[in-house]
Design a protein around this ligand. Sequence first.
Ligand code: ADP
Ligand code: MG
Length: 334
Amino acid sequence: MANEEQVRESLETVLVPTIKRSIVGMNLVRAVTISDQKVNITLSSTGLVPSAQDWIKTEAKEAIENLPDVKHADVEYTDAKAKDLNRIDHMIAVMSGKGGVGKSLVSSLLATALKRRGYEVGILDADITGPSIPKMFGLSARPSGNEGGLLPVLSRSGIEVMSINLLLPNEDDAVIWRGPLIGNTIKQFGEDVLWGKLDYLIVDLPPGTADAPLTLMQSFPISGVIVVFTPQDLVEMIVRKAVNMARKMEKRVLGVVENMSYLYVPELDKRIEIFGRSRGEETARAVNAPFLGHLPIDPMLAKLCDEGEIERYDDEIVTRLGEALVQVVSPGGR
Ligand SMILES: Nc1ncnc2c1ncn2[C@@H]1O[C@H](COP(=O)(O)OP(=O)(O)O)[C@@H](O)[C@H]1O
Ligand SMILES: [Mg+2]
């Protein structure tokens, strides 16, 4: 006779349409009961349109009935809230002292690096002041869902992506909201997304240390923060402000990343420090946070961002960034 473990294993083959992850990975399997040669399972319908529910029901029934000694399987649906189904090991916010320093780029590259290492990864684009994540990944599909929740959109390499931009009728529509509204809307929005089981969720916060990033950091169970900066005057002060804000909210500062550290000129085999001497490690030491690495100014990066192909950026610098983060989050292990 089949046991519960075998039943759950067989359900690993049943994929949620559009997101293409199993109903087990999305944590939709709520209960399994086995008696004689009959199996009953209860699934949550969270985020599933009626046609998806029907399809999953048929597939699940078939998968279970293929197990040895199972004569009959029944599939029932129940409701659950997305936030009660999500199992996210590490929710990491990416912040910056000011805008335009490459916060979204670093968020995208970190997610890409983690995905390449085999983790289940999602990105929540919480920067309503300039939601640019879908563009970097070349995504424009509208997320599907029902009253219970919204399903993220899947990137080419399999990263779950959610952004307010994907829900706007026109992707160029500016989002002009006032502070408190932003906080509440994004909180609600964040809670309504069904991510399922994730190793990492990267949250791209609005820039700066004003109300919006603060409210968002309070709204989500963020486990750690990464601060992105560029070499410039007053860099230490700007980074310190961001780091202090995170620490005041009792969030662990996982590290700092310096972007646009230098321009590499292959013809000369030379690094040019356009914005002055790189002070990445020095800044990290000054604010007492790990230095996760730096990124050069690379025209290829700008091009891939514009073309929605950021996942194709294949430089060891990305691998090292991912490694550095994993080391800080869980030294020596997964
Ligand atoms: N290291 C880099 N090399 C080349 N272009 C970069 C780099 N960092 C950022 N950019 C360019 O700057 C744009 C803005 O970066 P972004 O990550 O959106 O900034 P932020 O989220 O901090 O506002 C990107 O779309 C990209 O074209
Ligand atoms: Mg951005």
